[in-house]
Design a protein around this ligand. Structure first.
Ligand SMILES: O=c1ccn([C@H]2C[C@H](O)[C@@H](CO)O2)c(=O)[nH]1
Ligand SMILES: [Zn+2]
Length: 133
């Protein structure tokens, strides 16, 4: 399966997670349209609100390296059902990734749920909402 390799990459990224508080490791793999893969893990902090999710780590790494066009994002965790990204990540993804981009949510058993950026956050607050008229 086409997603299989990217899920493996997300699982590798997951091993880098810094999760002394939740003990809940998450990994992400983000493929650019020219085939480069960026990895991300969640990174927690004693000031809990500073925790950064795996998918935002991957996306911020890619964006700060100048990447602007993405093909697929995979997120994986050890959950019964495919992991569900938090609201903050859905908002960030919806701003930086195209609405039709593929998002694959997975777990360690490799159950997969394939969706899109648009479907992750219907009615997202967007840059156009900042204009008055
Ligand atoms: O999709 C998700 C959901 C949760 N987390 C992280 C945040 C926190 O470190 C831990 C528990 O919520 O999992 C992610 O990285 N991605
Ligand atoms: Zn999140």
């Amino acid at each position: 399966m086409l997603n299989k390799h990217l899920i493996e990459e997300a699982k590798k990224a997951r091993e880098q997670a810094y999760v002394p508080y939740s003990k809940f490791k998450v990994g992400a793999a983000l493929r650019t349209t020219d085939g480069k893969i960026y990895h991300g893990c969640n990174i927690e902090n004693a000031a809990y609100s500073m925790c950064n999710c795996a998918e935002r780590t991957a996306l911020f790494k890619a964006y700060s390296d100048g990447e602007r066009t993405f093909d697929t994002l995979v997120v994986v965790a050890d959950t019964d059902n495919p992991v569900s990204p938090c609201g903050a990540c859905r908002q960030v993804i919806s701003e930086l990734c195209a609405p039709e981009m593929k998002v694959v949510l997975a777990n360690m058993k490799e159950d997969e749920y394939e969706t899109s950026v648009a479907d992750l956050l219907p009615g997202a607050f967007s840059p156009s909402d900042l204009t008055k008229n």
